[in-house]
Design a protein around this ligand. Structure first.
Ligand code: NAP
Length: 264
């Protein structure tokens, strides 16, 4: 039977494009109320209008996850419009598309990376996840339930050559998710990590990297790759599950290994 998420409220950071947009659309199509957020208001509005025109229960609020004031204002806006938050998806991220990274040669060394780019990536992918979690999770604590999702990357990307500072920023975020899972376990809040499991064709993916993958016949994942896993995490089938990492592209295998049936 199709999962019905009516009354289930989700806030997703970085919901204006790529995997965030597709996860939002998937949850919306199952009846959830979804608030998408991002920095670029024109792009966010376009995404909002598209989803809204499909008759979905979508809202949009601009957020810069690296800016405490912006996140605090978003919490105030949220509390004015909604009385509970079921799921928070920490998805907003930057990497090779961060300011100052675009001009680097593909075989650059870490010492070629502008420090401002390093700061921007860490402030978005690590500190941003912390700010958003620390400001929104208290709403879940108040209700005694909730699901906190961290969008991460494959483990080998965290330490692979050429992946500074993106890889370590995600490794740090995953470690943070583990700690939060333990701290929130007894408060009824689940914390889980998902990642696509490979190079995915989104706004973050530089054209040079895409061409390299195409030329070498390497697999390119589609931005819908996370949809089945995020639906599972929003469904009652995942109730009580915490501290897990799901690789979306291998999700069916993961379900099989856990002995879980989930066909949606
Ligand atoms: N694509 C891949 O191959 C891949 C692989 C593994 C993991 N991931 C992860 O997947 C997540 C989603 O990325 P994507 O690949 O779907 O790329 P994307 O299409 O570029 O989406 C990134 C989203 O994050 C938003 N964003 C960036 N910085 C932000 C900030 N400071 N505050 C709020 N929103 C911000 C962007 O909108 P604005 O720019 O308007 O803010 C956009 O909506 C990221 O965490 C990324 O690290 C991607």
């Amino acid at each position: 039977m199709s999962i019905n998420l009516k009354g289930y409220t989700v806030l997703i950071t970085g919901g204006s494009s790529g995997m965030g947009y597709e996860m939002a659309r998937k949850l919306l199509s199952h009846g959830a109320t979804v608030i998408i957020s991002a920095r670029n208001e024109a792009k966010l509005d376009k995404a909002y209008k598209q989803l809204s025109s499909e008759g979905l229960d979508v809202y949009a609020v601009p957020i810069d996850v690296s800016d405490e004031k912006s996140v605090t204002e978003a919490v105030a806006w949220f509390e004015k419009h909604f009385d509970h938050l079921d799921m928070l998806i920490n998805n907003a991220g930057i990497g090779s598309n961060a300011p100052g990274m675009e001009n680097l040669e593909s075989n650059h060394h870490f010492y070629d990376i502008p420090i401002a780019s390093v700061k921007a990536i860490v402030e978005t992918n690590f500190i941003g996840y912390f700010i958003v979690s620390s400001k929104f999770v208290p709403l879940m604590v108040k209700n005694g339930r909730g699901s906190l999702i961290y969008v991460s990357t494959s483990t080998n990307t965290m330490t692979r050559k050429g992946q500074l500072p993106y890889g370590p920023s995600k490794a740090g975020a995953e470690a943070m998710a583990k700690i939060m899972a333990e701290e929130l376990r007894d408060l009824g809040i689940m914390v889980n990590v998902i990642c696509p499991g490979g190079f995915t064709d989104t706004g973050m993916a530089g054209t040079g990297v895409k061409e390299f993958f195409q030329k070498n016949n390497m697999e390119i994942l589609q931005p819908t790759v996370m949809n089945k896993a995020i639906l599972f995490l929003a469904s009652s089938d995942s109730k009580g599950m915490t501290g897990e990492k799901i690789i979306a592209n291998d999700f069916d295998e993961w379900l099989k290994n856990k002995g879980i049936e989930f066909d949606n």
